[in-house]
Design a protein around this ligand. Structure first.
Ligand code: DOR
Ligand code: ZN
Length: 344
């Protein structure tokens, strides 16, 4: 099999940033995706419907003329989010989820939620309106090792939230562990998960053995190889609960190659090809379409895209760097070769 035609995929977790960054990030998203869920961790964060409306307009100004790619907006939850904001978001028609960041967990999460127990009325409103809860599933307590943050979050918080709100649709974003995959696969159809290309292609040895590779640093941080294998199994299992979410998160080269480097990997230069590489290596290319193009819209209650994309088996080299915000960024897999290429 030398070509693969699949329904146009969507990206259910994306950071576009704002202003000048949109010149790079919006065309990169429209390159192959039909729709993208837009993360709200701007500075200041997108906490209100009106802010999401304005941000969506700024994004759409950069959409290439021949594209009908759609940004699906998300509200950023804080300790002060009111149930009324959730009702307004549900009515807006362009907001498709609310993002839970534990305060301090990652880039621009300082205004995130400090105590999940404060969120009862908001989660109730979300359950009632069918608004999805997108969770950065990590605890931030200083006594918890960074490699255990996701597993501890599941036991300390996620189990009880799922029990308390059985009809709330929850996406455990960018899962990185066997525990994350097992939790999602063993719960109701209201619990799904996204997986990034970096967590499928790499483990912490790739990031740390022989020297620190800051361009592989993201949060949740890469885990050991057994977790990487569990994620590959989950993504290629054919389960309808697991879907594509790149978490493509651009930072300039300077911001990454620093004594306190930022977390985030940019993958939209080759997103679908990076996933195709994983599925090809796992001998599971027949499962790529469900993961990339079907499971996500089904979970979000949206139609599948009408158009298709074509991938061809062809070795090609990823760029070493990409222009970004008047500077440059180093994309995921910079300079390496992939086996599948998007040709249309
Ligand atoms: O690695 C990450 N980068 N993880 C996140 O949760 C946020 C993201 C970013 O915004 O840079
Ligand atoms: Zn993210």
């Amino acid at each position: 099999m030398d070509t693969l035609k699949i329904i146009r995929p969507d990206d259910w977790h994306l950071h576009l940033r704002d202003n000048q960054a949109l010149e790079t990030t919006v065309p990169a998203a429209a390159r192959c995706f039909g729709r993208s869920i837009i993360m709200p961790n701007l500075n200041p964060p997108v906490t209100h419907v009106e802010m999401a409306y304005q941000y969506r307009n700024r994004i759409l100004k950069h959409r290439p003329a021949n594209s009908d790619w759609q940004p699906l907006m998300v509200l950023y939850l804080t300790d002060n989010t009111s149930p009324n904001e959730i009702y307004a978001a549900a009515e807006s028609g362009f907001i498709h989820g609310c993002k839970y960041y534990p305060a301090g967990a990652t880039t621009n999460s300082d205004s995130g939620v400090t105590d999940l127990n404060k969120m009862n009325s908001v989660f109730k409103a979300m359950q009632e309106t069918g608004m999805l809860l997108l969770m950065h599933g990590e605890v931030t307590s200083t006594d918890i090792d960074i490699f255990d943050r996701e597993a501890v979050f599941i036991e300390r918080h996620l189990r009880s939230i799922v029990e308390k709100y059985p009809n709330l649709k929850i996406v455990l974003e960018h899962i990185t562990t066997q525990q994350g995959a097992d939790f999602v696969l063993n719960h109701s159809d209201n619990v799904g998960a996204t997986i990034t290309p970096q967590h499928l292609l790499y483990n912490r040895n790739h990031m740390l053995v022989g020297g620190i590779r800051p361009h592989l640093f993201c949060l949740p941080v890469l885990k050991r190889d057994t977790h990487q294998q569990a994620l590959i199994s989950a993504a290629t299992s054919g389960s309808h609960k697991i879907f594509l979410g790149t978490d493509s998160a651009p930072h300039t080269q300077d911001a990454k190659e620093s004594c306190c480097g930022c977390a985030g990997c940019f993958s939209h230069h080759a997103a679908i090809e990076l996933y195709a590489q994983v599925f090809y290596q796992a001998d599971a290319l027949d499962k790529l379409e469900a993961f990339a193009s079907i499971n996500g819209p089904d979970f979000y209650g949206l139609p599948h895209n009408k158009s298709k994309i074509t991938l061809q088996k062809n070795s090609w080299q990823l760029p070493d760097s990409i222009s970004y915000e008047g500077s440059q960024l180093i994309p995921l897999g910079a300079g390496s070769s992939l086996n599948w290429e998007l040709i249309g």
